[in-house]
Design a protein around this ligand. Sequence first.
Ligand SMILES: Nc1nc2c(ncn2[C@@H]2O[C@H](COP(=O)(O)OP(=O)(O)OP(=O)(O)O)[C@@H](O)[C@H]2O)c(=O)[nH]1
Ligand SMILES: [Mg+2]
Length: 292
Amino acid sequence: MGLSQSKPPPPPIFLDQPWRQINFGNNTTDLQYVEYYKPQAEEQQLRILLHGPVGAGKSSFINSVNSVFQNQVCRHALVQNSAQDCCTKEYRTYRIQRGNSNNFYPFVLNDMMGLKNVTRRNRRIHVKDVKRALKGHIKDGYTFNPECKISKGDRFYNRAPTENDKVHVLVCLVDANTVSLMGDDTVEAIKDVRDEAAELGIPQVAVFTKIDEAFPEINTDVKNVYKSRSLKEKIEKFSADVGIPIHSIFPVKNYHSETGVNPDVNAIILNALRHIIATGDDSLNRKLRFQV
Ligand SMILES: Nc1nc2c(ncn2[C@@H]2O[C@H](COP(=O)(O)OP(=O)(O)OP(=O)(O)O)[C@@H](O)[C@H]2O)c(=O)[nH]1
Ligand SMILES: [Mg+2]
């Protein structure tokens, strides 16, 4: 009789300690940071540009941020309904209203067309479009064309962008379900965009969406987000593949089908937003100091 080799037990689902601490429930630390955030220069706004593969949850993230501050689920940015349907094609700026007032927060979020069927050719075009958006050359309402970049003669081309038109922080959104299946061209496109941003001195943050769908332990309770071993491993792998450091990667669950907001989901969204704003503000301040 041969010796039966017993398989090693699978690693536990949960880590002994969460790898990042966030305040669940009423996350007042992050909420107050965002509430009181004000760029140093008067009349300055902080511009956040979202990019990433089609269907990653860019528009949903904008709706989720809005939902946190409206205290109800909002659907201002159009979200795709089916996997075949590429939804966002237009470049658009979203301002976030302070409660019911006529006031807006001094940060804005820009939505753009996602990366789809990436080839070497359309990757180059996409990267050029993102570069122009980063420099503030694309006006609201521009419809992206995957076949060619925005031309300097286009009526949506802004020839003289001000500091308010320029992007201060770039956010790469990826779907946690499919991140490991991303094709080489998509990975290369994300890296190219990262390099362009770095050349312009614009920092980059990544957001992992759909963590509820990808990890049953998080679906059961979103408070498990930083305890999930598989999520941590996916983030480490993505970080190594595209070169975005782990401290700049934030997992998020967007509001997608729910009818009301939830304090723990809000806490995760606010924590990511706070770090996005802090990262952008740091680069904006450095830039303004140089200009004096
Ligand atoms: N379960 C779950 N579904 C999500 C989440 N975020 C987005 N979705 C769903 O994923 C689909 C795509 O979301 P979108 O926000 O349209 O993605 P997008 O990146 O804007 O897509 P394009 O505009 O086509 O590039 C929609 O059906 C959303 O409801 C999430 O965190 N969890
Ligand atoms: Mg979209």
